[in-house]
Design a binder for this molecule. Structure first.
Ligand code: ADP
Ligand code: ZN
Length: 614
């Protein structure tokens, strides 16, 4: 019996024993215990749980408790090796089958499967199209099917994979094998679609809260986005790992260059790079501590790096769902993290234009518009961001005290008069002159600026010329942005020209008030305790902080030696606990959360030595 086994409560259920012995955790979280019981007993389950909620254990533990092999269907081929490495470090026998392997590698895994030498087998969905794979599965004993990233079955979602549709056949072919489908996508529509398409009629549904309390949501108004980003990273996230999302490949490249030039190592990731470069950049991000990836949305699904400390958006996401998924990649380990978005007038203009010119029928464009409207409403709200985000997913949340609007409440003000001035400028140009212009010219007219372009079109002769000097240029941009967000103004054509909507008339004829949001001066900073301190080391005592750094260095060495990501060895949260508790024996070390039997045996001695240091 190993030393950790002595702390086990013999009366605990088998699942709980596995949790403690293999994973080194004390207790189940949230609905994990119920979900695991359901599957262990042979029932089907449909699990909606946010990223970081602990979905993996929900199928890994039943696979260990039930006899046979747990077969995990996952679309994330590039991550399978890491997943298998992480399980191997825990002493779990795992393998995968996908297109990256040669014949010999595949045969080895197949034989291990047939010999009953695997606990978990990861499969890409397209493997099931191959009859040989199906026959292989028939010859072994299957403990369960886990369908990871189950929202990929949804034809309306952005991650749709046609091969997922075939997964409905699992039930017909193996009616006695329990199935568990899991996703971090939270909308009711996707939920129902998964249940129907995967034929999970008898499954028990588990819907967790989608709140991610450790993520601080902040949406700031954009002026010079790269500078604002640099400022954020320097003051709050020095040395932290994070993801920066941009809309275009070009801005991905430029932003990565800009950060690197300013001393923050940043790697680009987008569909225009060749496969090798992309895979290499992803691997470095996962393996090294404190790297930044600048990416288009093609990056990040399924990445289980637990210590991503910030997700920054330099462009407006197209939907609340996308925004939630992308920001959700921060802070899987539960430690404080930041979701930061810079948003401005140009974003609204650009996205409305993109929708207008997008392919697809009217109903498709309507759907895109509705998604954008919800995203804009989130950006312009004066209420708690988190409550609004949860409300979008049909869940309730009280004001959170950990988002920008809670920390520094923005004021709302009556913008009816400026709105009327702006809309009537658009009206006059259109009706008196037959002209349409973008925001810049409208604002110059209102401010009474005699620019070349104003003189060229004799706009100084308009009655509205110079009637808007009570607001600054940037305040006017805010007004235009909010009118666009509220659909009181819209974009037309390729040049971002602004035109009235059906509702504009209500404002012009004083039948409708327009409430606006005033940007607070500086957001969020005051809430920070730590200035430029690294997030990962934040909140540690002055004695523990250097110990934590020493342990991280030790971990980096071990990870490099074994060619696995650092978090496969131990998570930050575990190292922090060790740095605080300073265990001096293997038995004490074994009591720390995240130190299971296998890791204790494998790394225990070496870690204790590193802890004593020089
Ligand atoms: P998901 O797949 O839902 O995004 P993971 O399965 O990766 O989440 O779990 C997120 C993190 O929480 C991981 O670091 C995992 O080890 C940890 N975790 C999961 N369940 C528990 C638990 N019961 N006790 C402690 N840590 C847990
Ligand atoms: Zn809030």
């Amino acid at each position: 019996m190993t030393e950790t086994a002595t702390v086990l409560d013999e009366s605990a259920g088998e699942a709980l024993q596995v949790l403690r012995r293999v994973f080194g955790y004390d207790a189940f979280r949230g609905q994990q215990a119920d979900i695991i019981d359901t599957v262990v007993a042979g029932g089907d389950a449909l699990v909606l749980m946010p990223t970081g909620g602990g979905k993996s254990l929900c199928y890994q533990i039943p696979a260990l408790v039930r006899s046979g092999v747990g077969v995990v269907i996952s679309p994330l081929i590039a991550l399978m090796q890491d997943q298998v490495d992480a399980l191997t470090a825990l002493g779990v026998r795992a393998g995968f089958l996908n297109s990256t392997q040669d014949f010999e590698q595949r045969r080895e895994v197949e034989q291990a499967f047939l010999a009953g030498e695997l606990d978990l087998l990861y499969l890409a969905p397209e493997r099931l199209r191959v009859e040989a794979t199906v026959r292989l599965l028939d010859q072994g004993k299957i403990a369960l099917f886990a369908i990871d990233e189950a929202h990929c079955v949804s034809q309306w979602g952005h991650d749709f994979r046609p091969d997922y549709l075939m997964l409905s056949e699992l039930h017909e072919r193996w009616p006695d094998v329990p199935r568990i489908a899991l996703t971090a996508t939270a909308t009711e529509a996707t939920h129902q679609e998964i249940a129907t398409r995967l034929k999970l009629a008898d499954a028990k549904h588990f819907v967790a809260s989608f709140d991610r309390p450790n993520i601080q949501y902040r949406i700031v108004s954009k002026d010079s986005p790269q500078r604002q980003l640099l400022d954020l990273l320097r003051t709050e996230h020095a040395g932290d790992a994070g993801i920066v999302y941009c809309l275009s490949r070009n801005s991905v490249e430029k932003t990565a260059e800009f950060l690197t030039k300013n001393g923050i190592e940043a790697l680009p990731y987008h569909a225009g790079l060749d496969n090798r470069t992309r895979a290499a950049n992803q691997a470095r991000f996962l393996r090294e501590d404190g790297l930044v990836v600048v990416a288009t949305i093609a990056f990040g699904m399924g990445i289980d790096k637990p210590d991503v400390r910030f997700v920054a958006h330099l462009d407006l996401p197209k939907s609340v769902e996308g925004y939630y998924q992308e920001t959700g990649r921060a802070g899987r380990d539960g430690l404080p993290s930041t979701a930061w978005l810079a948003y401005g007038l140009q974003d609204v203009v650009q996205q409305r234009k993109m929708i207008d010119t997008s392919e697809g029928d009217l109903s498709h464009r309507r759907r895109l518009s509705a998604h954008l409207d919800a995203m804009l409403a989130l950006c312009e709200t004066v209420q708690c961001r988190r409550s609004q985000l949860l409300a979008y997913f049909g869940q309730h949340g009280d004001p959170c005290a950990n988002c920008d609007t809670c920390l520094t409440p923005p004021e709302s003000w009556d913008g009816t008069i400026p709105a009327q001035k702006l809309l009537s400028t658009v009206y006059r140009l259109q009706h008196e002159r037959g002209q349409k212009f973008g925001a810049g010219q409208l604002i110059d007219i209102l401010l009474g600026k005699e620019t070349e372009k104003v003189k060229q079109f004799r706009h100084e002769q308009l009655t509205v010329f110079g009637i808007g000097t009570e607001l600054t240029d940037s305040e006017w941009r805010g007004v235009v942005r909010q009118l666009l967000a509220q659909r009181l103004l819209t974009v037309e054509g390729d040049y971002g020209t602004l035109v009235l909507t059906e509702e504009s008339g209500e404002v012009l004829s004083r039948r409708r008030e327009v409430m606006m949001r005033r940007e607070p001066e500086r957001v969020g900073r005051s809430s920070r305790s730590s200035g430029s301190k690294k997030k990962a080391a934040a909140d540690l005592s002055p004695e523990a902080a250097p110990v934590f750094e020493r342990l991280r260095t030790w971990r980096a060495g071990v990870a490099k030696e074994q060619g696995v990501p650092a978090y496969v060895i131990f998570h930050d949260a575990t190292l922090r606990q060790i740095a605080t508790d300073l265990p001096s024996t293997l038995a004490e070390l074994g009591k720390i959360s995240g130190v299971g039997e296998n890791k204790l045996a494998k790394y225990g001695e070496s870690l204790l030595e590193a802890l004593v240091g020089e």
